[in-house]
Design a protein around this ligand. Structure first.
Ligand code: GTP
Ligand code: MG
Length: 317
């Protein structure tokens, strides 16, 4: 534990001085979880909270990586230090390689962006623990904005993206895409929409579908601020400036309307919840493994006793 502490301390120190290899090692430790991840969370928490966190989500193949890479490159070239966390099963960096994307990601890296990819495979619920910790590492060491790319299927992925300050939902011009996004629960979390692949037929239809659905959600009073819709052709860089502007406007809105602290508090609570759920599930696994078989007691009375015991524990692991 002591040597773990001192290794992490020196990584934190070097990361604070701008050493990217130390940042990368900290990210790996956080991704693995366990004690190191906890120590890093303690060390980075006081340093974090300055970065604008942007979530980019949407259907598989909608063009999220193409957009993210272009955006990151653009930001890096205009005096920002963006980081990208691609939570992405088919990410160009972890396999499923789409050459165009890899080239774009490399260009963004050369321009100064820090791009990190994590495979969702083998992570399951761990994603909800690892992602906030990794975002905090970026935030603590001066990366701003921090962009999280996740595919908008599955509750965990949607939750991860919706914990951002600004949530961008990408749909394409295909018929019914907006409807699909709505079904996946993406409409409710969107701060702004991108209709990508605007070079293809049907882009205006997708826009109209979205406008209608936003109208409906406004009638029921769900949306606080009407999400803007930006049309892009990511492969040609078209609409990128508009997207950058819309993201920046939303950021300003959060600051001016005092919404940022609400978002942060939501994110903080979500992380507390993930961590608590994790601890409880670890505890219940351990308790059940250690249970002496005694089928005379009813399962619910045994569970009640175990729960009472848990509340008396002072050490959790
Ligand atoms: N025609 C057209 N194709 C695009 C556009 N944007 C992206 N593509 C292509 O769509 C495909 C998917 O793009 P990605 O950026 O990998 O999409 P993604 O949403 O990140 O995909 P996953 O991470 O696998 O869900 C690639 O072949 C891109 O070249 C666009 O604006 N127009
Ligand atoms: Mg992708």
């Amino acid at each position: 534990m002591a040597s773990e502490d001192s290794t992490i301390n020196s990584l934190v120190e070097r990361a604070s001085e701008g050493d990217r290899r130390s940042v990368a090692r900290l990210l790996t430790l956080v991704e693995r979880g366990g004690v190191s991840a906890e120590i890093i969370a303690e060390a980075t928490h006081p340093l974090a909270g300055k970065s604008h966190v942007i979530g980019i989500t949407g259907a598989p193949g909608a063009g999220k990586s193409t957009l993210t890479a272009s955006l990151a490159r653009d930001l890096a070239e205009s005096d920002h230090t963006p980081a990208v966390l691609a939570v992405d099963p088919s990410s160009p960096l972890t396999g499923g390689a789409i050459l165009g994307d890899r080239v774009r990601m490399e260009e963004a890296t050369e321009a100064g962006a820090f791009i990190r990819s994590m495979a969702t495979r083998g992570h399951a619920g761990g994603l909800a623990l690892a992602v906030p910790g990794m975002v905090r590492v970026f935030d603590a060491f001066g990366f701003n904005p921090v962009i999280i790319e996740t595919v908008g299927v599955g509750q965990v992925e949607v939750d991860v993206a919706s914990a951002a300050d600004t949530v961008v939902v990408v749909v394409t011009s295909g018929w019914g895409d907006a409807v699909q996004a709505n079904k996946a629960g993406l409409l409710e979390i969107a701060d702004l929409f991108v209709v990508n692949k605007a070079d293809r037929p049907g882009a205006n239809d997708a826009r109209r579908d979205l406008e209608l659905m936003i109208d409906l959600s406004q009638v029921t009073g769900q949306a606080v601020r009407r999400p803007e819709i930006v049309m892009t052709t990511a492969t040609e860089g078209k609409g990128l400036n508009e997207l950058k502007e819309a993201v920046s406007e939303h950021h300003q809105f959060l600051i001016q309307e005092d919404q940022m602290s609400l978002r942060r508090s939501k994110r903080w609570k979500a992380e507390v919840r993930s961590r608590l759920e994790y601890l409880l599930s670890e505890f219940s696994k351990e308790s059940i493994d250690n249970l002496e078989e005694n089928q005379e007691s009813s399962p619910s009375s045994v569970a009640n006793d175990l729960a009472k015991n848990l509340l008396k524990k002072d050490e959790l692991g």
